[in-house]
Design a binder for this molecule. Sequence first.
Ligand SMILES: C[S@@+](CC[C@H](N)C(=O)[O-])C[C@H]1O[C@@H](n2cnc3c(N)ncnc32)[C@H](O)[C@@H]1O
Length: 275
Amino acid sequence: MSAYETADLTSVSKTMLLTLHARAEHTLSDRPRFTDPAAVELVSRLDYDFTMARQDRLMADGVVLRTLTLDPLVAGYLATHPGCTVVNMACGLDTRFQRLDDGHVTWYDLDLPDVIELRRRLLDDSERHRTIAASALDPDWPDQLGEGKAGGNVSNDALVIVEGLSMYLEQNEMRSLMEIIAARLPGATVLIEVMPRMFQKYGRERSVEDAGVRYTYGCSSAAEFRRTVAPGYTLLHDVPFTRTVARYHPLLAPLTRMPLVDRLAERIVVLRAPA
Ligand SMILES: C[S@@+](CC[C@H](N)C(=O)[O-])C[C@H]1O[C@@H](n2cnc3c(N)ncnc32)[C@H](O)[C@@H]1O
């Protein structure tokens, strides 16, 4: 077999191939704003028809924007918490570890068992980079943290990344995930991508629809997210993707500050779990 099979993946897990392709394609573009050679290599090794991923500009541009938003937040955390632990929920074939590894972080990539099985065939685990095969909603996944870290206490300086997952959950599942993190990683910092409710209800991304999935959860502000699914958490930052747009296109900055535009923006909500 020349390429790795993807046919057995569930619909929602196939979406990881779309996001992977978006990062690989951006890397190969004329003037990339980030590069991800590991993503390029992974795409070349997979048996998957990426035609829809190539045609869906809305999806691809959104993934580039969220990478440009999240990467500096994660890099900033690593710089200020040397030797910390990162848990990347719903990792898919994400290669943020390869992009941002500072030589000290212990990084766990978690996804459903089928995905992790495929991932392990393509990418090796190592002492500081491990995979966890579990649902994010399984309250026992935190048992697998700390195994690679000599005497490590993962909770004090843990960073949890939830990228590309919340929109596929129900609101009660989103709340359960936040409860698991709070119970098992007290004081952890959580970076979570949240889709605006308007887009969740009426937005369409052709490649995602083609994969057979629909969006089930959206929320239109960081404050509402904290109040409805993360009570007890402290809201640290609200980082709408429009801020990243303004960073690269200063002329659009006044537009991105308008309240209506803010409510329609995808965002990273940054919270601290109760200690
Ligand atoms: C859009 S992909 C995002 C992948 C990756 N975060 C990225 O940005 O490339 C959605 C991912 O969520 C994973 N997923 C869906 N439900 C999950 C669950 N309950 N627990 C863990 N992962 C889940 C899928 O398997 C898939 O890899």
